[in-house]
Design a binder for this molecule. Sequence first.
Ligand code: 5GP
Length: 202
Amino acid sequence: MMGRQGVPLILCAPSGAGKSTLVKKLCEEFDLSFSISCTTRLPRAGEKDSIHYHFIDKDTFEKKIQANEFAEWAIVHGNYYGTPLKPLIETLEKGKDIIFDIDIQGAAQLLLSLPTARFVFILPPSLEILKNRLELRGTDSAEVIEKRMKNAIGEIKNSHWFEAWIVNDNLERAYDELRSFYLSCTLAPKLRPQLIKNILGK
Ligand code: 5GP
């Protein structure tokens, strides 16, 4: 692939829609880098600093906001989350594709600030199934599940502007759809400004 810029691929979904599994599968199959966000929430069991997130305190996060160190940031479920700008720019300039697991507020900010960004929204087949999945996960209290369900409804209602909707009722099929969308993104002329010049020899 001659001199292509990296694809910033943004994935949004209500929690429980199966987004992390899809992200993991795509990173396993392709040489994609995962955008490691900063967050003020505490690590869950099994989460490692600088792999899943950069876990930082509120004060440090707010200083980074002031210093314009984030490509986007938002408050989600009561905690700060943000995408560090510098590694993002460096990755894209190297021509490496990068996948983001961020919420819809952050995605809307990147829509304005990152012209090559591409946007996918993962939908659960129904609210009932989403709730079942959250309950089965067993990581959240009934109160937190209620909060997440309310959030999910809001996000789903606001997802019309995304370029693709993928309904995750069957993981293999959902993955196939994500894979196809990603591959088509890598072909965008915007990412290859020199290609025509090279072909025409000018
Ligand atoms: P969790 O705490 O379950 O890992 O993530 C909660 C929500 O925050 C998810 O919807 C996730 O996509 C979102 N999120 C994670 N990192 C970022 C980020 O850097 N920016 C924004 N805006 N949302 C994020």
